[in-house]
Design a binder for this molecule. Sequence first.
Ligand code: NAD
Ligand code: UGA
Length: 468
Amino acid sequence: MMREINNICCIGAGYVGGPTMAVIAKHCENIQVNVVDIDEERINKWNDPDTSKIPIYEPGLREIIELTRGKNLHFSTDLKKHISKADMIFISVNTPTKTRGRGAGKASDLKWVEASARQISEFAKGNTIIVEKSTLPVKTAETIKEILNSQKSIDFENNFKSFEVLSNPEFLAEGTAINDLENPDRVLIGGENDNAINLLVEIYLNWVEKEKIITTNLWSSELSKLTANAFLAQRVSSINSISALCESTGADINEVSKAIGMDKRIGNLFLKAGPGFGGSCFKKDILNLVYICEHYGLKEVSNYWEQVLKINEWQQKRIIQKVLEKLFGTITGKKLAILGFSFKANTNDTRESPAIKICEELLIEGAKLNIFDPKVTYSQIKSCIDSNIIQTDNYNEFMCFSKAETIQKAVEGVDGIIAITDWEDFSKINWEELSKLVRKPCWIFDTRSIINKIEAEKNNFNIWQLGS
Ligand code: NAD
Ligand code: UGA
């Protein structure tokens, strides 16, 4: 008989663990869901009675937390307690690129995954299903199994301990995480044990149609996640490469995107040119794919995917070059406004945001920056920018403005305004009002085609839009 899952533990209360478990708790009222993390400050924020203080800004998340927290969703730092009670444990910890040792700069650092596996191995009891939620290199399940089985096989209640490992990669995108979790294109479950697979399928069946839940072997599941991210990033680099060609030829990237996207074989999503992809995963996952290909001696394949990253870096350099060119070749001592610092709209996440590199380069050139973002705080922005750049030169200073302080303050006396994030509010800016505040001639650099060009030009702004 198939046993029941009554208690779930998720290790990692981050951008994936938090929202994913909130949605599971919402749809599975009979399951107790405990999200655990070693980061006490993060857990305290998840538990803050004021739900506007939860650590992740994600549309729709707050409402689900209000519905489930304290009922069947709990956040805690007590790993031992919640691991030992769990029938199923999700590993949802960070897997960044290694910074040292073999594979540094490319391979994923699995030290947090390994630590999780060791904790599970020690504290779990009875038969436990382990679900890889983190994005992992193909074949990681083998390592996890080895660690899990390295401890003695009797738990502290004298029961036999055993583990089944499943791969269940997450495909949510930030900013749309709740919708992606509620209505996924597919749920992918890789594994070797039908019983364990079915238990996880049963959980998703509470809200996902059966046809959308696909099962594969472990390795296909792990590799599909890396491949999906590589394909998505490749589309962004492809359209960005063509944006440069548009600028040289008089073609318009938005018209080209529309024209090619109407071909069903190409599809119309992920064809928006911009300042390059950011976010915590595309770069690290492609680097990881490159590393794996090199490991298996597939140099041509690794070169192919590496090019996607090179175009991404080049796109950011191109934008900086354009700013310098239009502002008479120098920005030393000039004030510039930066609109948007998160890596995309509707998130407060700044990991790998194109804004970081662009701001750093502008600061190195001697500009003073007024950075406006509706959701990212001053301290977060400061922590992203290389402290050596801020401190080494008198000219290098920046100020940050949040929603409370308005865009008007950020543009006072500036020579240029650079729109980097696609926050919807930027499309509604009152350019007549702003034209009275800037220093003329003032350039707008619109890297997202988000600015109302006609209105801006009507109010005597010069405007450069990427890809046109
Ligand atoms: P994150 O950094 O926001 O969260 C990870 C959390 O794990 C942190 O709070 C950290 O303190 C905690 N942690 C690390 N080691 C721990 C341990 N041993 N015990 C307890 N807690 C521990 O990361 P994230 O963005 O949620 O990503 C997690 C994984 O999901 C990564 O592999 C990522 O590639 C993948 N992923 C991320 C996204 C996304 O949109 N962010 C989407 C799909 C997949
Ligand atoms: C991405 C994938 O979309 C998710 O499926 C995946 O689960 C996730 O990575 C992950 O593994 O972490 P995310 O990085 O949150 O999600 O956001 P995306 O919407 O994919 O955007 C990534 C970057 O590409 C952003 O900087 C965005 O502005 C940029 N982008 C996206 C474009 O420049 N143009 C586009 O057309 C689409």
